[in-house]
Design a protein around this ligand. Structure first.
Ligand SMILES: Nc1ncnc2c1ncn2[C@@H]1O[C@H](COP(=O)(O)OP(=O)(O)O)[C@@H](O)[C@H]1O
Ligand SMILES: [Mg+2]
Length: 461
């Protein structure tokens, strides 16, 4: 009689070429890449998920006119900006991933949301990283009194599943800390994170539970970041900001139930995370217009336009090589703009250290901030402050020409709302902005040199 051999339940698959091996290998024998073999579950026919519930019948194609509208049942989270980013509230049965650097405030935000939801619904907060008493202490520190919030300190996904009785909302903190027994690799590995997320998706869809999943954005390689599970999620949110700053931006990068362009602005206070509705003056300093080296630009982030101040500092180089440092602005962009100013406007930077910072820890990646960076640099170099009621936007080309940018009218409108009296903008954008002429002074320019002239930023000799 032949002896029964145990079939292996997992295999290792190369993420680059798809080569499979029964054991882990440091180098893929097929494509030769290192560290690409990841553990995956081998599913036999019996193990393949079967059709459940509504989808038990075979689907039939039908004309678009026969298809009715689906109404999403939305629940308010208690935090206005959070609802806005989600597209108007939390959709039941959806999977929401909240990614962000460690310590940015993901647990704090979702503790507040879960405490609010627990007033009317059954909510379970699965804390795989902290003990239940730590979560309780956080609730008390934030002044959240919610006796009906359930806490669970568990890392095994199968055990978490048995605890879900009739919960409508479940928070998993964090996906890197939980594991499924079906894989032997450690919690946080790519295989584990992916398998846990797809299991959670099956639970969410079959039992109509809304899951909020926290994922740490980590340095590539050692731990699996939220990037590997974006395709499984309904909504992917990223929480951004400098840990030492109080302001946080919540950005939707994917949303099946709303716009993926939304951005929410929050402030981290002693009472927890609060929505900021008057964000227009958040990224501006009080010394604007007094100190040289600062310029304001209306920046389009998501569906919102915000006035952001760019500050620069120029000092004499003490060593042979001049230093350039940028925070919130791309380093290469800074180097290019310095070269343009040097060549096209004759402002010398070869013996100067240049430091640039975008206020409030915001990241400015659009080309429209170029001109404001140039103005701030020219202002710092000439030691002449830019008038506090002037805003600047436009893309700067290598020849020194000012190129048009998108959403010009929206930017001008934002400047009017924030109380600016003059806007320096690309000439080619004037057509769409003409309608605001009676509300704000529009100064169209074609070359970067014109900006230096208009603002009176003559370089020191
Ligand atoms: N006991 C505490 N007292 C005061 N502030 C705290 C305390 N614990 C955490 N914080 C603040 O809350 C921030 C966010 O923490 P947390 O929500 O746990 O971040 P994450 O879950 O994203 O890692 C921390 O960076 C810290 O500034
Ligand atoms: Mg946390």
């Amino acid at each position: 009689m032949p002896t029964k051999t145990k079939t292996p339940t997992t295999q290792y698959v190369c993420s680059e070429c798809g080569y499979t091996a029964p054991k882990w290998l440091g180098k893929c024998p097929d494509c030769g890449n290192f560290n690409t073999m990841q553990e995956e579950l081998v599913r036999t026919v019996e193990q393949t998920p079967t059709r459940t519930g509504v989808s038990q019948m075979k689907a039939k194609a039908q004309p678009i006119s026969k298809i009715g509208y689906e109404k999403f049942d939305r629940v308010k989270s208690g935090i206005e900006e959070f609802d806005t980013v989600l597209g108007g509230g939390i959709v039941r049965g959806s999977l929401v991933l909240l990614g962000g650097d460690p310590g940015i405030g993901k647990s704090t935000l979702l503790t507040q949301v879960s405490a609010h939801l627990a007033k009317t619904c059954k909510v379970l907060y699965v804390s795989a990283e902290e003990s239940c008493s730590q979560v309780k202490m956080r609730c008390e520190r934030l002044g959240l009194h919610s006796d009906d919030l359930y806490l669970l300190n568990e890392t095994c996904l199968e055990d978490i599943e048995t605890e879900l009785v009739d919960n409508q909302f479940v928070i998993i903190d964090s996906v890197q800390a939980i594991y499924t027994e079906t894989l032997s690799s450690s919690a946080g590995s790519v295989g584990q994170v992916r398998e846990c997320a797809s299991k959670l998706m099956r639970i969410a869809k079959s039992r109509n539970i809304t899951f909020f999943i926290i994922g740490h954005v980590t340095k590539e390689g050692s731990l699996a970041g939220p990037k590997v599970l974006e395709h499984i999620m309904d909504t992917v949110l990223y929480f951004e900001g400098q840990p030492e700053d109080n302001f946080r931006l919540l950005r939707a990068v994917k949303n099946r139930f709303g716009s993926a362009q939304e951005v929410g602005v929050f402030e981290m206070t002693d009472e927890g995370i609060q929505s900021v509705t008057d964000y227009s003056a958040l990224f501006l300093s009080d010394t604007r217009g007094i100190s040289a080296g600062s310029a304001v630009t209306p920046s389009e982030s998501g569906n919102r336009c915000m006035s952001v101040e760019i500050q620069t500092l120029i000092t004499k180089t003490a060593y042979g090589m001049p230093r350039r440092m940028s925070l919130g602005v791309d380093y290469n962009k800074l180097v290019v703009l310095i070269a343009v100013l040097e060549k096209r406007c004759g402002i010398p930077f070869f013996n100067a250290d240049v430091y640039v910072n975008a206020m409030g820890g915001i990241k400015l990646s659009e080309p429209s901030v170029d001109l404001a960076i140039c103005s701030a640099l020219a202002s710092a170099s000439s030691d002449v402050p830019i008038d506090k009621y002037t805003a600047i936007f436009g893309e700067v080309g290598l020849t020194g020409e000012i190129r048009p940018v998108s959403y010009a009218d929206k930017r001008v409108n934002e400047c009017i709302k924030t109380g600016f009296k003059r806007v320096i903008l690309p000439t080619k954008n004037m057509k769409t902005c003409k309608k605001y002429e009676d509300k704000i002074e529009l100064v169209p320019i074609q070359y970067v040199g014109q900006m230096v002239q208009i603002l009176g930023l003559k370089p020191r000799n």
